[in-house]
Design a binder for this molecule. Structure first.
Ligand code: ADP
Length: 155
């Protein structure tokens, strides 16, 4: 069984995340979407809201499972018996950041391989930070988030 973890803050989920996760679901037997909780970070959406929005987005994709985890992504992989970590890559800034994390993860656990997937060009400009700013200013964010998801219901 090829088991993968897609970790992230999902504050909030965007069309970019959705696209990578759905594409990854075609490559792996199971994809665990891990909502990472870092107690020292302030989020716009709370964990329960993220869990419910992600479950709504992936309810029809049988091999995608949404979970919450605290602590290290590699520990979450161990818990799920995952051999792969999936990350999305939008641009060269993402690349420099992802390269470092993937390199450190490989040193810590050579049995877990990081798989980097390129973002589809139409989603490469989408960024959760900017979506949050738009929401704080009550803008329409439907072009950037999964179809049918009304983020204002989750605030
Ligand atoms: P983190 O805080 O771990 O970066 P994010 O939720 O912002 O959490 O991102 C999780 C993953 O999704 C990362 O691999 C990131 O590169 C990827 N990602 C973020 N935005 C997009 C996007 N627009 N298209 C594709 N992948 C994305």
């Amino acid at each position: 069984m090829k088991v993968a973890v897609f970790p992230g803050s999902f504050d909030p989920i965007t069309k970019g995340h959705e696209d990578i996760i759905k594409r990854a679901a075609k490559l792996f037997d199971v994809v665990y979407v891990g909502i990472g909780v870092n107690q020292s970070k302030k989020y716009l959406f709370d964990t329960a809201a993220k869990l419910s929005m992600l479950n709504q987005v992936f309810k029809e994709v049988e091999n995608v499972k949404v979970e919450v985890y605290e602590g290290l992504t590699l520990d979450f992989c161990k818990e799920k018996e995952a051999q792969f970590i999936i990350r999305g890559l939008r641009n060269s800034v993402d690349f420099e950041y992802e390269k470092n994390i993937a390199g450190m993860h490989l040193t810590l656990n050579p049995l877990v391989e990081t798989v980097i997937m390129l973002t589809a060009p139409e989603y490469a400009a989408i960024n959760s930070t900017i979506v949050r700013e738009l929401i704080k200013n009550k803008a329409d964010v439907s072009a950037f988030v999964p179809e049918g998801l009304n983020l204002y219901e989750y605030l």
